[in-house]
Ligand binder design. Structure first.
Ligand code: FAD
Ligand code: DHB
Length: 394
């Protein structure tokens, strides 16, 4: 079967879905090809923090109905170390900006429903996706679906297929300039049916390693602890996880974790990764296909949204005004924000985790940095403006 669209989008994650919605608002048609089925996408637990700019965009696009109802707006976070909590008043430090806790899979449910409701095409369960002629003006995507071979002809391809997708490897090897770092630790993440243990997110530094208290709803909580990236989740009983959380978050005034059944647990590795440039010929990479950040700064999803905002605008200018310069500048424009987020995520990660190969010098630097961050308004402001998200036009 042969099909044609203006923008062929690979991947129905935050990047691909938001791109197709932004394009449709400009009257530009697109088709999304997605490897997984809808149920799996809508059930995969990932990020939870939406920057102010991501929330504003969803609001402008009329995608905010459920987010406004179910999302939790936060005006501060806590940094906890040496048994004491210190509030960073994000809103006060950033002219009233805030962030919203609204899980990624809920965002995806909203975006998928919105796109399908307006008659958009999302082809789930596609297999064997391959890109062809990306340096020509008529690139194509080959794929199979229900054992039928198909071809999608397009003007442009948006590679929104995440870190393990096919788009990035389709770039000629000589064009792939990769910058990467892996960390000697991972995160063990859980979902727990319990009331919140705190009003705000807590980022805790302790001698036993990092811990993070986040939330999903009044009766479902999300928490993470630093662990060995090669560890097997089967080695962690629920009791061990709860004990570790309580120990890492302990305060001098006897803070208590509120506990309940753990309904989900998994371990994720942590890396920083950027490919430059984010474009080759008619192929434009966006989101995790082009860059990965360690999750400590909660930037991954938000960066994906920022990329496609630029891409949608550049495509609009190209189609409606025959101006190609924004498309030509796409990679440079995105990479400015990408590297800012890479730095912030690396910085938060480095400040808050125990590094297994240095338990003397580095911990003292970390404590000095934590103290500076909570005691200096200038340092706290730097954390705050990065955390709530820099302006879209950064
Ligand atoms: P993705 O969400 O990865 O979407 C890519 C889509 O492309 C997927 O639906 C995939 O099925 C599809 N696809 C892949 N290959 C193909 C193919 N060959 N053909 C067709 N379709 C394909 N960020 C945070 O900020 N905080 C967190 O706590 C956090 N936790 C995370 C936990 C995990 C396990 C992972 C993997 C990521 C986490 N992230 C987190 C990062 C955040 O979720 C991502 O940055 C975000 O999902 C990026 O969106 P994306 O659309 O670029 O890619
Ligand atoms: C969550 C994830 C993060 O990476 C983070 O920094 C804060 C919160 C979360 O999943 O809720």
């Amino acid at each position: 079967m042969n099909m044609r669209t203006r923008v062929g989008i690979i991947g129905a994650g935050p990047a691909g879905l938001m791109l197709s919605l932004l394009l449709s608002r400009e009257g530009i048609d697109s088709i999304i090809l997605e490897r997984r089925d809808r149920e799996e996408i809508e059930a995969t637990i990932r990020a939870g923090v939406l920057e102010q700019g991501t929330v504003d965009l969803m609001t402008e696009m009329g995608l905010d109905e459920r987010m406004k109802r179910e999302g939790l707006v936060h005006h501060g976070i806590e940094l906890r170390f040496d048994g004491e909590g210190h509030r960073i008043h994000l809103s006060e430090l950033t002219n009233g900006r805030a962030f919203t806790v609204y899980p990624q899979h809920e965002v995806l449910k909203d975006l998928i429903a919105a796109r399908l409701n307006e008659g958009g095409q999302i082809l789930f369960n596609v297999k064997d996706v391959q890109l062809a002629d990306i340096s020509s003006s008529q690139p194509r995507i080959h794929f199979s679906r229900e054992h039928e071979q198909s071809e999608l002809q397009c003007d442009f391809i948006a590679g929104c297929d995440g870190f393990h997708g096919v788009s990035r490897p389709s770039l000629p090897e000589a064009e792939q300039h990769v910058f990467t770092r892996t960390y000697p630790f991972g995160w063990l993440g859980i979902l727990m049916q319990a009331p919140p243990s705190a009003d705000e997110l807590i980022y805790a530094y302790s001698e036993r390693g990092f811990a993070l208290i986040s939330t999903r709803s009044p009766d479902l909580q999300r928490m993470y602890i630093q662990c060995d990236p090669d560890d097997d989740i089967a080695n962690w009983s629920d009791e061990m996880i709860l004990e570790e959380l309580q120990a890492r978050l302990a305060t001098t005034n006897n803070w208590q974790l509120r506990v309940g059944p753990i309904t989900q647990k998994s371990i994720l590795a942590m890396r920083s990764f950027v490919i430059e440039p984010m474009q080759y010929g008619r192929l434009f990479l966006a989101g995790d296909a082009a860059h990965i950040v360690p999750p400590t700064g909660a930037k991954g999803l938000n960066l994906a949204v920022a990329d496609v905002r630029h891409l949608a605008h550049a495509l609009k200018m190209s189609y409606t005004q025959n101006r190609a310069e924004l498309l030509e500048a796409y990679s440079t424009t995105c990479l400015r924000r990408v590297w800012r987020a890479e730095h912030f995520s690396w910085w938060m990660t480095s400040m808050l985790h125990r590094f297994p190969d240095d338990d003397t010098f580095y911990p003292r630097l970390q404590r000095a940095q934590l103290e500076y961050t909570v005691r200096s308004r200038a340092a706290a402001t730097s954390l705050a403006e990065n955390y709530v998200g820099l302006p879209f036009t950064w």
